[in-house]
Each structure stands twice: as structure tokens, then as C-alpha cells.
Design a protein around this ligand. Structure first.
Ligand SMILES: NC(=O)C1=CN([C@@H]2O[C@H](COP(=O)(O)OP(=O)(O)OC[C@H]3O[C@@H](n4cnc5c(N)ncnc54)[C@H](OP(=O)(O)O)[C@@H]3O)[C@@H](O)[C@H]2O)C=CC1
Ligand SMILES: CC(C)(CO)C(=O)C(=O)O
Length: 315
């Protein structure tokens, strides 16, 4: 049994789910909470999942990172819109030889984290999961769960699989969370964006679930055109995604239970949207390499407009 300790920064849909699974395995897990803190201290974390529902109790819950122990592995599971808090949240919970795993959607977060901790201690993770926080301390896992993990190196240079990510992957695997290891984090992030940019973006702009986006010939064309732009953007950043990958993502989404993307859920709850991490940063990275991305640039401006309007006091 591993003796690694874990800190979860942001005990929501993914942090709550993955952290609870790791604790269920018997690992030492410490959870940072915001508005759910008191409820979770009293009643624990309720995890509903098709793979088995359970209540995690007791929970090592904290409201203040200064009161948390320094851990071997820190999982960043906040929304990226809260990442401005990381300079306060991260240093107290990370052991001197510990590592940070960025389990957030999007691109360009690891370089931001590298401004807080040494870049040699950063790992990126992409979650292929459908999970929602549906109430205080209440996580509903709907489908999937796999995580792809890759070491971060400055400027996203590819790097061989290291023993430390193998060990972390073993913890996840033993906890029932399938993992895949990647030697090229930048490529893995771009591949995830082939899904996230069209579906997260269009779900808000067109007010639609995944099945609606797939069933209308018009929105399906838009999805495909945007996916093609993401593949071109990735190519401009030296990441080659085969053309068949687009069809694979389309087929996969057709089979998915109709799903409201995380960006649409945030929009409906009038929360800030992860526009910069999911669309703005990739758009800027590829534009700097000279790639023209008219659909994505338009999607970015539309989302910025809608997000601003949605959260203005008179909306
Ligand atoms: N949900 C999913 O299926 C997937 C999500 N992702 C990505 O994972 C990341 C996390 O998303 P998700 O889990 O859905 O988000 P959630 O909103 O469900 O979880 C974020 C959690 O962070 C907490 N939080 C916010 N501020 C603080 C703070 N200052 N201190 C402590 N906790 C805080 C929130 O608490 P409170 O609500 O009380 O503020 C919330 O519980 C995102 O980047 C998302 O894009 C990726 C793949 C799938
Ligand atoms: C691809 C998906 C649906 C789950 O991995 C997701 O990332 C999201 O809703 O933001």
C-alpha cells in the first residue's frame, strides 16, 4: 500500500470524486473546501456513481490551507477561473519534494503554476469524466473517469515517463481510476481540446446539450469545422493529431449520454466561464505560431460577450 499523502485543492466534481476514491483505497487525503466545508465536516462527502455510490466519512476537511499538512501530491481541482488564488493556496500544502498535478481543462495552466513552484515539480492531467457537484458535499459521477497524466517540462517540451508518474498512476489505478501516461503533455492537452473547444463553447453560444449539437446538421457542421481548426492549431504548435481523431471524437459524442458541458453548467449558474484556459490560451498559442483560426476567434469573442452580460448586475 502506498504511503503518499494527497491534498485536494477544490473539492468539487472532480476533486471530490477522485479524492474520495483515493481515500477509499486507504490513502491519506486532505480536502480543501470553500462553501461546503461545514456540511462535509458534519456529514462527509456523498459520492453517487454508476461504479458504486458511497459516503466518505470522516473527511480530513479544511477551510484554510495554512492548517493543512504539506503533502506529497497536490491535486489542483479548482475551476481555472479561481487560479488567481493559487499563490496563497498552493505553497503551504506542498512538501519540499512533493509534486503538483494540474487536473484542469485547457492549456497554459502549468506555466502559470511554474511561477509559484519549481517547474520540475509539475504534472499535467486530463480528466475524461462526466461529473457534477449537485449540492453541498454531494458529487454525482455520471460517466467515464480516465485520467491521462504527463510530466510538465518548460515550454511543454516532451519528456519520458518518469518513475514518479508511474507511482502516482498506480495509486489511481488501485483506486479504480484508469490512467494513461503521456510523454507529450502538450499533444495530450491539444487532443482534449479537440472536444472541449467546440462542445464547451457551442453549448453556451447555442444553448444546447451534446446530443442537440450532434443531431442538427447545422451545429454538427460547426462542431466539425471547429475541431478541424483545433487540429490545425495543434499542428502549428508541432503537435500532430491524425485526421481520424476528429471522427473518433464525433462517434464518441454520439454515443454519450446527452450531456451539459461544464462550461454550460457554469453559465446557467451565472459563474465565470473557463474561457481563457479552454479557448483564449490555445487561440493565442496557435496565433503566435501564425495559424489563422477564424471560427475559434469568433467563438472566443462570443463567449466573452455572453459571460460578461450573464454576470453583469442587471442580467
Ligand atoms: N466536471 C467534469 O466532469 C470535468 C471537469 N474538468 C475540469 O476540472 C476542473 C474542475 O472542475 P469541476 O470539478 O467541474 O468544478 P467544481 O466547481 O465542481 O469544483 C471546484 C471546487 O473548487 C471549490 N473552490 C472554489 N474556490 C475555492 C477556494 N478558495 N478554496 C477551496 N475550494 C474552492 C469550489 O467550492 P465552492 O463551490 O464552494 O466555491 C468547488 O467545490 C475544471 O478545470 C474543469 O474544466 C475536466 C473534465 C471533466
Ligand atoms: C469532455 C468532458 C465532457 C469530460 O471529460 C469535459 O471535459 C467537460 O465537460 O468539460
Amino acid at each position: 500500500m502506498s504511503t503518499r499523502s494527497y491534498a485536494i485543492l477544490g473539492t468539487g466534481a472532480i476533486g471530490g470524486f477522485y479524492g474520495a476514491k483515493l481515500q477509499q483505497l486507504g490513502l491519506d487525503v486532505h480536502f480543501l473546501l470553500n462553501s461546503d466545508y461545514e456540511q462535509v465536516c458534519r456529514q462527509g462527502l456523498l459520492i453517487e456513481s454508476p461504479t458504486g455510490s458511497f459516503t466518505l466519512f470522516p473527511v480530513q476537511a479544511y477551510h484554510d490551507p495554512q492548517k493543512m499538512p504539506a503533502c506529497d501530491v497536490v491535486i489542483i481541482a479548482l475551476k481555472t477561473t479561481q487560479n488567481h488564488l493559487l499563490p496563497q493556496l498552493l505553497p503551504p500544502v506542498l512538501k519540499e519534494d512533493g509534486v503538483v498535478i494540474v487536473l484542469q481543462n485547457g492549456l497554459g495552466i502549468e506555466p502559470q503554476v511554474a511561477e509559484i513552484v519549481n517547474s520540475k515539480r509539475i504534472i499535467g492531467g486530463m480528466c475524461f469524466i462526466c461529473s457534477n457537484k449537485v449540492g453541498k458535499g454531494h458529487i454525482r459521477h455520471l460517466d467515464y473517469g480516465m485520467i491521462t497524466i504527463g510530466e510538465y517540462q518548460e515550454n511543454y517540451q516532451p519528456i519520458k515517463i518518469t518513475p514518479r508518474i508511474q507511482k502516482i498512476a498506480e495509486d489511481f489505478n488501485h483506486a479504480g481510476i484508469p490512467t494513461e501516461l503521456s510523454e507529450n503533455l502538450l499533444l495530450a492537452r491539444w487532443k482534449k481540446l479537440v472536444w472541449n473547444i467546440p462542445y464547451n463553447g457551442l453549448s453556451v453560444v447555442l444553448n444546447a446539450k451534446t446530443d442537440e449539437l450532434m443531431n442538427s446538421p447545422d451545429s454538427r457542421i460547426l462542431v466539425e469545422e471547429i475541431m478541424r481548426e483545433v487540429v490545425n492549431a495543434a499542428k502549428g504548435c508541432d503537435c500532430i493529431i491524425p485526421e481520424q481523431f476528429i471522427q473518433k471524437m464525433l462517434n464518441h459524442t454520439e454515443k454519450m449520454t446527452p450531456y451539459l458541458t461544464s462550461m454550460k453548467l457554469d453559465y446557467d449558474r451565472k459563474r465565470p466561464l473557463e474561457i481563457e484556459a479552454i479557448i483564449g490560451n490555445p487561440l493565442r498559442m496557435a496565433t503566435e505560431k501564425g495559424v489563422d483560426l477564424p471560427h475559434i476567434a469568433m467563438l472566443y469573442r462570443q463567449l466573452k460577450f455572453l459571460d460578461f452580460k450573464n454576470r453583469s448586475p442587471d442580467s
